[in-house]
Design a protein around this ligand. Structure first.
Ligand code: ADP
Ligand code: MG
Length: 235
């Protein structure tokens, strides 16, 4: 059952056995909520990709992660599943406000991430969305504190920190930075720094396509004893 598997996963993780691969290879072997498992099965996800096997058990244990795996290797589910489980385990509900922020370099990617959350999180009923330029900023100001999961670009989030006086992230549970290498190349670093300074220190998952020195520098600032996970899967 889930609790037995959770204990086994925790023990293996504590023993450092997840340095490369997790012991679990399928989603249904992970200690996930039934709501998440049902949606994964319905969506046809069975076997985990390598980055998912390596990252998800650590993330479920609450650790910070720097995960690197090339484009198309399944990084989205590697953070979407831990995000859903984090809020589920915290008994998060629509009234609890902002529980998760996911930062993405582009509005398009933010939209794609939200589509995955909607699909895999459909039984959870968390509120959320990609806040992108389509929705007007004034509309967002009214709405933003009611979103459990916010997916957005660094620029949009900084704009809310500047312009939305009652924007409340004090109860945040988990932060995700996707495509961190693009954030560096696009000079997003200063915006990411502002975001980090405005939110409480919470579990942080940072993913990128490469694990360069500058990514590790970024991680050193923002992550606490992160697991460095790098996989080179044939996608
Ligand atoms: P990345 O962010 O690493 O570029 P994505 O998360 O966008 O990769 O995933 C790429 C594609 O692989 C998507 O179409 C996604 O649905 C699919 N995918 C991800 N994980 C799995 C899996 N475990 N089994 C089957 N398909 C998967
Ligand atoms: Mg991606």
């Amino acid at each position: 059952d889930a609790r037995r598997i959770a204990r086994a996963v925790a023990a293996k993780a504590a023993a450092g056995e997840y340095s490369e691969y997790g012991a679990c290879t399928r989603f249904d072997e992970l200690p996930l909520s039934k709501k998440t498992k049902d949606a994964l099965r319905k969506a046809g996800y069975k076997e985990m990709s390598e980055i998912q096997r390596a990252a998800i058990p650590h993330a479920l244990c609450g650790r910070d992660i720097l995960g690197a795996a090339k484009t198309g290797s399944g990084k989205t589910l590697a953070f979407v599943i831990p995000v859903l489980e984090k809020l589920y385990r915290a008994n998060w509900s629509r009234d609890d406000g902002v529980g998760c922020i996911i930062i993405s370099p582009t509005n398009d990617l933010a939209g794609q991430i939200w589509d995955v959350i909607r699909k895999v999180g459909k039984h959870h009923g968390f509120s959320g969305g990609a806040i992108v330029k389509r929705t007007g900023i004034d509309e967002e100001k009214e709405l933003i504190n009611r979103l459990n999961i916010i997916v957005c670009t660094p620029g949009r989030l900084v704009q809310h920190f500047d312009e939305t006086p009652n924007f409340d992230c004090s109860q945040l549970q988990i932060l995700v930075i996707d495509e961190a290498d693009q954030m560096l190349h696009r000079d997003f670093q200063s915006q990411v720094d502002i975001i980090i300074s405005q939110i409480p220190k919470v579990q942080t998952l940072l993913f990128s396509a490469t694990q360069t020195k500058s990514i590790k520098d970024l991680a050193r600032v923002n992550l606490k004893n992160p697991e460095y996970i790098s996989v080179h899967e044939q996608a």
